[in-house]
Design a protein around this ligand. Structure first.
Ligand code: ADP
Ligand code: ZN
Ligand code: ZN
Length: 818
């Protein structure tokens, strides 16, 4: 008898063995999706291995197969295992992170009708039976299986999904809306004026058709020998409203209709689709990168802000496409709607696919399907622009991965497992696919720069801005001195206000930056110092002016603003600190004529509000933009002359060994937004510690300097890149249990790992949603076997968790925590 080990979407560390029934003999291959039953529930699993070793337990049969061919490639499976091993999670957790839910149908998913127009769609009797049932009401797959007694129900549903008739998912309220748009272009076969003339002659008696063709020509600003403008299907029909004429023209192979996944940024921005010639400095960087790629699989492009890294990426991408290879372009989440992305799409058109968090499950599934097996008439994507989870997509022919803004911590997944860093995982993925990796940034992470300096990665430095635009002038505004002299105007230093006024007078725009991590606005009793805190978490509540509430940013708990202090009865309850909301309000008082807007998580809840704000700023309707990290990335505004950084203190006082590195990165990145074109920009940083060394490096734009300073500190205090960290978090609802367990675990690990075990200690927020937490930190110097240490940690944790009541305690491993 033959058996198959199956990966299931379950957080259990082992694979499940099923036997292969007679009827499926010879049809099961590794990487294939199959259907199996676990405790009477259906799951889609992935075949890992086929063998003949009968397990000790009785095995069940594989119920059915979903695909005839493997769905997950051999390299992908290897990659999954690497993630599970390295980041200390289970293969099932990797599987769940990798595949969108609709590609791993489960009994609990709901099936609903997607299209009521069944005209011309051929259905099998099994399929018809399902349709008849869900016409009246949505049902789960498990229910449909019981009702129809169809053992192949998942296969039936998969077929219906592929025919476009039904959809499945947990999220039925969010039905599918395609976000592709149809475009029209001239068939490439018509490549000369002569041929075109002939066509017009042939259309002389089809007036509608020739009108439509003419309308296309005019919309496309068409002429031979230069690229035509892209013409939207709907714009064309707006000019000549005759779908039948368009159909006739496409049937005759004169016009072609094609689809493009659209991104709503930049629809109203003019984005050039031409490939620019590189400047000499860019050309040199490009040549160095190509040269280094002959010997190194990873190269770091350290190019200052505005040096034109995007243009270099475009060249590298183009080169890969010419060789028939695919490219993965990774971006941090906050940059996915940036102008860079619009630019790449303008250049590469429908070769580009997107993969990011605003896509719904089905849109994700479509990207998968299209990469896995090009749908009829669709070529597979050549370029995927995506956020961290895009590393799981099924590339078949990957040549290059670009990790833009490689220093960003959004590449790290915090919750749930796998807690991977997409930058580091991308390097492993490239290795498995024989591809290259380009890391790009103006402010490399210390770990990456160290690897580049010590020769592990290639290093290319681009130190010149495009058109030699000067870097901005950076001025420190000493808030301590100013408040001693009673010169502060609320939260603003007079120097900052003066400069804003000047900028506005000159018709320029201003960006005001405030770190999200900085203290959020909270309330405090002026008499006794009482601060309202969350009932469930160990944090103070954040004040939200719009609905006059105090809200917990960890769990969402909210209360009305108290009028009276519950501790001392005082009525003097005041707002402390300042968030973006407060900055916006206060600025409105100082600059009543200016149009001031906010760009942060709260102001961009709506699906397209982010783009709307960006476009309004771009077009000059907004004079001052107040924002968080969102304003730091990928925005290239031509009219910004001033950037204000409001709470630099909170950046440098943050209790973390990476605080200095992050403070530098943030300040340099935000500064890069000032004066990109035209005159020199100016940056004003408000701080009460102007003597702090980090400002010196920011003002001099001295990356090398700050790197030396930080790397020495890291060496002295044994932090990465000189050590590797593993953070173990212990969580439970009872504080005493957390204490006992974490102490026992730390002491046990210390027996093996000695001084390398630190803690347990409380994290800065010790209770979240009523769960207490304690952390143990493992610091491993170079040369220690990671595999061995991870084994010890896993075995000992499991052993202790099996004791007494400890099995309910949650233990989380985080390798390379950020
Ligand atoms: P970076 O990502 O390095 O900060 P960008 O790639 O955003 O810089 O480039 C900054 C600006 O300079 C952009 O507006 C870009 O269009 C322009 N630019 C850069 N290089 C060129 C080039 N070779 N030709 C034309 N424009 C360029
Ligand atoms: Zn009080
Ligand atoms: Zn809370």
């Amino acid at each position: 008898m033959k058996f198959a080990d199956i990966i299931l979407p379950i957080a259990s560390p082992k694979l499940y063995t099923y036997n292969i029934p007679e009827k499926l003999q010879g049809q099961i291959k590794p990487g294939q999706r199959v259907i199996v039953e676990v405790r009477k529930k259906l799951y889609t699993g992935i075949v890992e291995r086929i063998h003949q070793q009968k397990p000790e337990y009785p095995t069940k049969e594989i119920s059915d197969i979903i695909d005839k061919e493997p769905f997950i490639g051999e390299n992908q499976l290897k990659f999954w295992h690497w993630i599970a091993d390295y980041y200390m999670c289970t293969i099932g957790e990797v599987y769940m992170a990798a595949l969108p839910p609709s590609l791993r149908l489960e009994g609990e998913q709901t099936v609903y009708l997607h299209s009521t127009d069944l005209h011309g769609i051929l259905l099998t009797p099994d399929e018809q039976e399902v349709i008849d049932l869900i016409k009246k009401k949505n049902y789960t797959i498990d229910y449909l299986r019981k009702k129809t007694q169809n053992p192949k129900i998942l296969r039936t549903i998969k077929s219906l999904v592929e025919k476009g008739v039904v959809r499945t998912g947990q999220n039925v309220e969010n039905p599918y809306r395609p976000r592709t748009e149809k475009y029209v272009r001239l068939s490439p076969e018509i490549d000369s004026q002569e041929k075109l003339n002939k066509i017009f002659t042939s259309l002389s008696r089809a007036k509608k058709q020739s009108d439509l063709l003419l309308a296309y020509m005019s919309l496309a600003k068409f002429s031979f020998g230069r690229p035509a403008k892209e013409v939207k299907y709907k714009d064309l029909l707006e000019k000549v409203n005759s779908p039948s004429a368009l159909k006739a023209l496409t049937d005759k192979n004169i016009l072609e209709v094609y689809e493009k996944q659209i991104l709503r940024i930049g629809e109203n921005l003019e984005i050039s689709s031409e490939i620019n010639p590189l400047t000499p400095a860019q050309q040199q960087a490009y040549d160095q990168i190509s040269h280094l790629f002959q010997n190194k699989s990873v190269v770091l492009l350290h190019g200052i802000t505005g040096s034109g890294k995007t243009e270099i990426y475009i060249r590298l991408i183009q080169e890969q496409i010419e060789q028939g290879k695919q490219v993965l372009y990774l971006l941090p989440e906050i940059a996915i709607t940036s102008q860079i992305v619009a630019r790449l799409q303008a250049v590469f058109g429908d070769k580009v696919g997107f993969y990011h968090s605003k896509l719904n499950d089905l849109e994700r599934a479509e990207v998968w399907q299209r990469l896995n097996r090009p749908l009829a008439g669709h070529d597979s994507y050549k370029i995927i622009i995506g956020v961290r989870s895009a590393i799981f997509l099924p590339f078949r022919n990957l040549g290059l991965i670009i990790v833009d803004e490689e220093h960003e911590n959004t590449y790290k997944q915090f919750e749930p497992a796998p807690r991977y860093n997409a930058r580091d995982a991308a390097i492993m993925l490239a290795q498995l696919s024989d591809a290259r990796v380009l890391l790009g940034t103006a402010t490399p992470s210390v770990e990456t720069y160290y690897k580049a300096k010590t020769g592990k990665y290639g290093l290319v430095e681009l130190t010149e801005r495009f058109e030699k635009i000067e870097l901005p002038q950076i001025i420190l505004a000493d808030t301590k001195a100013a408040s001693q002299k009673k010169q502060m105007k609320g939260i603003f230093h007079p120097l900052l206000l003066d400069n804003i006024q000047q900028a506005l007078n000159a018709g320029k725009q201003v960006i005001m930056f405030r770190n999200r991590r900085g203290f959020a606005p909270y309330m405090e009793c002026q008499d006794c110092g009482w601060i309202p805190k969350c009932k469930h978490c160990d944090v103070s509540l954040t004040y939200h002016k719009e609905d006059n509430k105090l809200v917990c940013h960890y769990c969402g708990y909210s209360i009305d603003v108290p009028r009276q202090c519950p501790k001392c009865g005082s009525f003097k309850i005041q707002i402390r600190s300042f968030g973006t909301e407060r900055i916006e309000d206060d600025l409105k008082i100082f600059f009543p004529q200016a149009n001031i807007h906010r760009l942060d998580l709260d102001s961009t809840r709506g699906k397209h509000s982010h783009q709307r704000i960006i476009e309004q700023f771009q077009s000059g309707k907004i004079n001052i933009l107040v924002g968080t990290q969102m304003v730091t990335k990928g925005l290239d505004f031509h009219n910004v002359s001033l950037v204000g950084i409001l709470n630099a203190d909170s950046l440098i006082n943050f209790p973390d060994f990476r605080a200095m590195e992050r403070a530098f990165q943030l300040m340099v990145q935000v500064s890069g937004r000032a004066g990109r074109r035209g005159s020199r920009g100016r940056v004003i940083i408000q701080t009460s510690q102007p003597e702090h060394p980090v400002f010196h490096y920011v003002m001099e734009n001295d990356y090398q300097g700050i790197y030396q300073w930080i790397i020495n500190e890291r060496r002295d205090f044994n932090y990465p890149p000189f050590t590797r960290l593993i953070k173990i978090t212990v969580k439970y609802k009872e504080e005493a249990m957390v204490d006992t367990f974490s102490k026992l675990l730390a002491d046990t690990l210390r027996k093996y790992l000695k001084h390398r075990v630190l803690g347990p200690e409380y994290p800065p927020v010790k209770k979240i949603q009523n769960w207490y937490r304690k952390e143990i930190l493992i610091k491993l110097e170079q040369g220690v076997s990671l595999t061995k240490v991870k084994n010890i940690i896993r075995t000992e944790t499991d052993r202790i968790r099996r004791m007494e009541n400890f099995y309910k305690i949650r233990v989380i491993f985080d390798v390379d925590p950020m």
